[in-house]
Structure formats: structure tokens, C-alpha cells
Design a protein around this ligand. Structure first.
Ligand SMILES: Nc1nc2c(ncn2[C@@H]2O[C@H](COP(=O)(O)OP(=O)(O)O)[C@@H](O)[C@H]2O)c(=O)[nH]1
Ligand SMILES: [Mg+2]
Length: 463
């Protein structure tokens, strides 16, 4: 399920990952391909349009994030929008009814009877005592099917010979009360298509018994028609949640995505196999990660978002513009980089970098050693010196060198480089734009492409 969509999206993202910058043009290309991939996966056109336009808005509106490159940021946006598409967070089943009624709805063959039995297994595990009720009275085979399943899972099935569904449910409720069952699962009759008689019967049950849960069972293998079916059921009955079955099947999955979006209902359960324990809770986030298959990049961007919050970026930006960037700011920048976690881990998160574990450890070890030295060096300054780098002169440098045990030559090197950096910052004509560029470059450095290496090379003499 979702395999081909997943492959396509990953290909598209991989292509954009080669670009150092996301421009209008390559963004357009990426969006066009994402659009095509979704349509090929049988996602409803309405949904595709909304999805693409949301990604576009966000990509345009979002400021460039420090610490990651733009294509990584695009991955995160697509990931977030997939989650939004897959619905809100998991909502548990409502057991507030007296009696507790869970009504299973859906077309014939969607998986109502199987899911009813699976749900009984799940509820039992959670300590409830469910009773299965055979409400599909028009096909004798349907009652037999439920009875067989009931025997397999050791759960009682309430059934009658009569065709009076209302009477059966009434009797089942009484039977449950007398026999200590606290939840009734109503396996209703479906039709091959939406049918007035079927709807009328379901609406009647709804009106008389007010089930707290009306779960619409959708076969994820069905195509576009699923959207119509779901909208129809919802309009008439006010569906409380979706059960998406046959997620284990080899389908394109677009219909499933579309139904969630079009009905705005949460998927409460998923069927993932024919076995009777194959019923799972649904987590939009996990599913999005599975579809996109880029959990690593997503968490990288999330960390960058946490660490480099916009506020401190703005502060830094203002200081740079006024050439007030001090040794203290430098330290702050370093500690922010440290908050990313060990550099070794960070380098390992970048797919396709091709660094061996040894390489990564070497680079990160060197880098961390350098940072440490710079820290010691800055800490040997007076508070005033730290805030005002322009105070540096020969005698101060000599004093710091002696205090920190770092050779004067290295001290001179570092200060020269620091001054250069400061000038460069000041030199930015359009600060904001360049912040973005720097952020991209910095991101690459963090990713090791231009790399820590480069940065370290610049400071190489400072040993
Ligand atoms: N692979 C797979 N098959 C399922 C799943 N759920 C239901 N089925 C199969 O789908 C067919 C129809 O299911 P059934 O419960 O009888 O549908 P109903 O007509 O809505 O009651 C049966 O052959 C089930 O075994 C699932 O999650 N995975
Ligand atoms: Mg059935």
C-alpha cells in the first residue's frame, strides 16, 4: 500500500536534493511532479489541488531555516502536509453510550464483518466484554460468516432467524444487559452500491438506538468511487470515524487519502491483513513518514527549527548588520551548533553523503576539539573584550595567549579570521537575503557537503 506513491515522491525529492537552492523554477518542477505522482496514485483531483497549493503557500511563506538546506525543508513541508491530509491525531473510540453501541457501516465487501470480529478481539484485549450482533439479515451466508468468526475468536454472536433488524438490536441490547456484555458491535448489511433501502434502514437504526460510534468501513483498494460513497454515508448518517481496510493490499492508496480529506473524518482503525488480529490504530504521522520514507531528514529539520528559532536568528542578523557581532555571539552560535547533538550523529543523518562511520567520527572529533579550543580562548578574555572585539591589540593578545596556553601565532590567526568574518557580515548589502544564503551554506556545512571540513580548514592554523 502506498508503495508506488512512496517511490515516486522519494524520487522527486532526491532530484531536488541536488539543487543547492530552491528557486521558483525547480520548485515548480518539483510541485508538478508531486502533482502527477498523486494523480497516478488515484488521489482525487480536488485533494491534489489543495495539497499542492498548501505546499506552495508554505514553501513561499516560510523563511529559510538556518541549519538545513532548502530541499530538506521541502521534505518537511511535504511531510507535514501529508499528515494534514491523513487527518488529525488518533481519537479513541467513544464508549460513553448506554448501552455502548458500535455500528459498522459500508458497502458489501468493504470488510465490515471481518473488522467487526477484529474489533471484538481488540476490545477483549483492552478488557471489554463485546457482543457481536448479526444485523445483515438478508444474506444467510452473512450470519454464518459472523458466527464462524465468533467461534474462532471465542466471542459470542447474537443472531435471530427474523428479518426485523430493529427487533434484533432491541433483543440484543437486552441480552447484553442480562449477560454482562458491555459493548455491542453491530455488523450491518451493505449493498454493492449506495441504495435507498439500505440507507433508510441504517438511518432508522441510528435514530432509534443512537450508536456512539458509526464507523464507516472503506476498502482502500476501491478507487475514486470511495469518495462519493463516503460523502454519501456521512451526509445521511454522520459518520464518527473511518476504518480503512486492506492496507496490506497492493493498491495505490489514493482513494484512502482522498476519503479522509473529503469527509474530514479521522481514521480510527486500519485493517492490515486477513488474520483476526490484523487491526491497528492509525497514526497519521507514522503513515506520512512511511509514505515519504525520509524520517531522518524530517527530524533533522525539526531539530533545526527548535534550535535556530527565528528570534535568535533575527537578533544575530541585526548585530551582523551593525557589525556588533562579538566573541560572545560567536560562542552562542557555537553552542547552538552543539545543541544539534553530536556532530557524528548529525553527519550520519544525511543520506547520500557516503561518509564512513570512521570518517564521521574523525571529522566530528576534530571539529569538537577545535570548538573546545576556541571556547577556552574566548573565556580567557575579559567581559569587555568579549563584547568589543575592536579592543584587541598586541598586549591584550599576548595576555590571552598566556592565559589560555594557546600560542600567540594561533591567537593572531583566529582574531584575523574573526575580523574577516565580521567584515563580511557587515558587507552584506541585503542582510535578509544573505542571511538566507548563509543559512543555506551553513546547512550544507552542517551536512558535510561544503562541510565542517571547509570551516575547519579555515581555522586550521588555530591549533
Ligand atoms: N487482505 C485483507 N483482506 C481483508 C481485510 N479486511 C477484510 N478483508 C477481506 O475482504 C473480504 C470481504 O470482507 P467482509 O468482512 O466479508 O466484508 P463485508 O461485506 O463488508 O462484511 C473478505 O474476504 C475478507 O477476508 C484486510 O484488512 N486485509
Ligand atoms: Mg458482512
Amino acid at each position: 500500500m502506498f508503495d508506488s506513491l512512496s517511490d515516486r515522491l522519494q524520487d522527486i525529492i532526491r532530484k531536488t536534493a541536488g539543487e543547492s537552492e530552491l528557486t521558483q523554477e525547480n520548485m515548480q518542477d518539483a510541485l508538478r511532479e508531486i502533482r502527477r505522482a498523486l494523480l497516478e496514485a488515484d488521489v482525487n483531483l480536488r485533494v491534489v489541488k489543495a495539497f499542492i497549493s498548501n505546499i506552495k503557500d508554505r514553501a513561499e511563506g516560510e523563511s529559510v531555516l538556518t541549519g538545513v538546506n532548502p530541499s530538506q525543508q521541502l521534505v518537511k513541508i511535504v511531510h507535514d502536509e501529508l499528515i494534514a491530509l491523513l487527518g488529525k491525531e488518533l481519537k479513541p473510540l467513544d464508549f460513553s453510550g448506554h448501552p455502548n453501541l458500535i455500528m459498522m457501516l459500508g458497502l458489501q465487501g468493504s470488510g465490515k464483518t471481518t473488522s467487526s470480529a477484529k474489533l471484538a478481539v481488540k476490545l477483549k484485549k483492552e478488557g471489554r466484554n463485546p457482543l457481536l450482533v448479526a444485523c445483515d439479515v438478508y444474506r444467510p451466508a452473512a450470519v454464518t460468516q459472523l458466527k464462524t468468526l465468533g467461534e474462532q475468536i471465542g466471542t459470542e454472536v447474537y443472531f435471530e432467524e427474523s428479518k426485523d433488524v430493529q427487533g434484533i438490536i432491541n433483543n440484543a441490547i437486552n441480552y447484553a444487559k442480562e449477560n454482562g456484555f458491555n459493548t455491542l458491535i453491530l455488523d450491518t448489511a451493505g449493498r454493492l452500491q449506495i441504495d435507498i433501502d439500505m440507507m433508510a434502514e441504517l438511518m432508522l437504526i441510528d435514530r432509534i438506538f443512537h450508536p456512539a460510534e458509526k464507523l464507516l468501513v472503506i476498502d482502500s483498494m476501491t478507487g475514486q468511487e470511495a469518495v462519493n460513497v463516503a460523502e454519501n454515508f456521512d451526509a445521511q448518517l454522520g459518520v464518527t470515524g473511518l476504518v480503512l481496510t486492506k492496507l496490506d493490499g497492493d493498491s495505490r492508496g489514493g482513494a484512502a487519502l482522498s476519503v479522509v480529506y473529503c469527509t474530514q473524518k479521522t481514521i480510527k482503525l486500519t485493517g492490515t491483513g486477513e488474520k483476526l488480529n490484523a487491526l491497528e490504530d492509525f497514526y497519521p504521522e507514522r503513515m506520512a513518514t512511511r509514505i515519504l520514507g525520509m524520517g531522518d531528514i524530517v527530524s533533522l529539520v525539526e531539530r533545526a527549527q527548535e534550535v535556530f528559532d527565528e528570534k535568535s536568528a533575527k537578533e544575530m542578523e541585526a548585530k551582523m548588520a551593525k557589525a556588533e557581532f562579538s566573541f560572545n555571539d560567536f560562542l552562542k552560535m557555537q553552542s547552538q551548533m552543539k545543541m544539534f547533538g553530536s556532530m557524528d550523529n548529525l553527519l550520519g543523518m544525511i543520506p547520500g553523503l557516503g561518509l564512513s562511520r570512521d570518517d564521521r567520527q574523525k571529522i566530528s572529533h576534530e571539529g569538537e576539539k577545535q570548538f573546545k579550543r576556541i571556547e577556552v580562548f574566548i573565556q580567557s578574555m575579559t567581559p569587555e573584550e568579549r563584547e568589543h572585539p575592536e579592543l584587541m591589540n598586541t598586549s591584550r593578545k599576548r595576555r590571552i595567549s598566556e592565559g589560555s596556553g594557546i600560542p600567540l601565532h594561533d591567537v593572531n590567526q583566529f582574531i584575523a579570521q574573526f575580523e574577516q568574518m565580521r567584515k563580511m557580515m557587515k558587507g552584506f548589502s541585503d542582510v535578509k537575503k544573505n542571511m538566507g544564503k548563509m543559512a543555506g551554506k551553513f546547512g550544507q556545512e552542517m551536512g558535510g557537503k561544503l562541510s565542517m571540513h571547509q570551516m575547519m580548514k579555515n581555522m586550521r592554523r588555530f591549533k
